[in-house]
Design a protein around this ligand. Structure first.
Ligand SMILES: Cc1cc2nc3c(=O)[nH]c(=O)nc-3n(C[C@H](O)[C@H](O)[C@H](O)COP(=O)(O)OP(=O)(O)OC[C@H]3O[C@@H](n4cnc5c(N)ncnc54)[C@H](O)[C@@H]3O)c2cc1C
Length: 285
């Protein structure tokens, strides 16, 4: 068996230079990478580029009305971030439901995004926040809307020599309220079977409504038909149920009917309407 080499660059420039070589992979917390590579033998010159010393990728800050989250921020750090809990609680909530305490201490938001599983728990909230990514190689720097970053489950537009360097989104308005619901096979250490993230703004009338789902669509996205049912109207449980049915139908229309549809259809209907009720602080029955 070939030995695996691990490089630990001290600067972003050095990390990017290492990634120019074939058979290199960025290593963040390793919670996905180690699982992915545990069966296949390593290539002769396979090298993992550990990002752990790149302090500039570990910050959370607000600048000019935008939140910036470094890709190396761990789920545990996100989950306990007080200010984020205040302005966009569904993102820390999503992070707090990832795996187990050990996985949350180790796993990062950048790894969660780059791995591109359809059940990634930080992605639906980020899509609802209209998040964008900055990513770069030695040769160029680019930006992309997170919704355009994913091509298919486990496939993104990222080239092998590129690193995500920033995850950012506009600070939600003061009236914004959010919710995140995840349904797994069990209470702890559960991968999402379906998840729903909701952001609403406005009080008497909902002037903006964003609903995004995980483990449901071929590519991450929002449910615009469900959003339109509740937008520019006062919050009401009846209308939220209608939006739940429309959202579920929208998912089936996009993803097609498959073996899991009989299960997911009523579950999505309920999760969407319940997530809307929670965000608007009205009872769900
Ligand atoms: C037991 C267990 C339970 C889990 N439960 C959940 C769960 O409930 N919900 C959930 O969403 N996930 C879960 N996961 C998956 C995993 O923990 C997360 O996806 C985690 O966020 C991955 O981050 P990481 O830092 O460990 O990434 P790594 O494993 O280091 O990397 C993952 C991928 O991203 C690439 N990468 C990492 N950082 C960058 C970067 N900055 N730029 C470009 N590419 C990069 C790597 O090369 C690799 O391809 C679980 C995993 C395990 C093992």
């Amino acid at each position: 068996m070939n030995p695996l080499r691990i490089e630990r660059p001290e600067t972003l420039a050095a990390a990017l230079a290492l990634l120019m070589n074939e058979n290199t992979r960025p290593l963040a917390g390793g919670t996905d990478l180690l699982i992915e590579r545990r069966r296949a033998p390593f290539a002769a010159d396979e090298t993992w580029v550990a990002l752990s010393d790149l302090r500039e990728l570990k910050e959370i800050e607000i600048k000019d009305g935008f939140w910036h989250i470094g890709p190396l921020v761990t789920h545990a750090e996100l989950a306990k971030h007080k200010q984020l809990r205040h302005v966009a609680s569904f993102l820390p909530e999503g992070a707090s439901l990832v795996g187990s305490p050990q996985i949350r201490e180790q796993g990062t938001i950048g790894g969660n995004i780059a791995n591109a599983a359809s059940c990634a728990d930080t992605v639906p909230p980020l899509i609802a926040l209209n998040a964008e990514l900055a990513y770069q190689s030695v040769k160029r720097k680019r930006r992309v809307a997170l919704s355009d970053f994913f091509l298919a489950p486990y496939k993104t537009i990222l080239q092998h020599d590129e690193l995500i360097t920033d995850i950012y989104f506009p600070s939600p308005p003061p009236t914004a309220r959010t919710s995140f619901l995840k349904l797994g096979r069990r209470q702890a250490l559960a991968i999402s079977r379906v998840s729903v993230a909701v952001l609403v703004t406005g009080n008497d009338v909902l002037d903006d409504v964003r609903i995004s789902v995980g483990s449901a669509l071929p590519r991450y996205g929002r449910l615009s038909e469900a959003e339109d049912i509740v937008k520019n109207l006062p919050p009401s449980q009846e209308r939220f149920k209608q939006a739940g049915r429309a959202g579920s139908a929208e998912v089936i229309h996009t993803a097609g009917r498959r073996w899991s549809t009989d299960y997911k259809e009523p579950v999505l209907t309920a999760l969407i309407s319940r997530a809307l009720c929670i965000a608007c602080d009205i009872p769900w029955k």
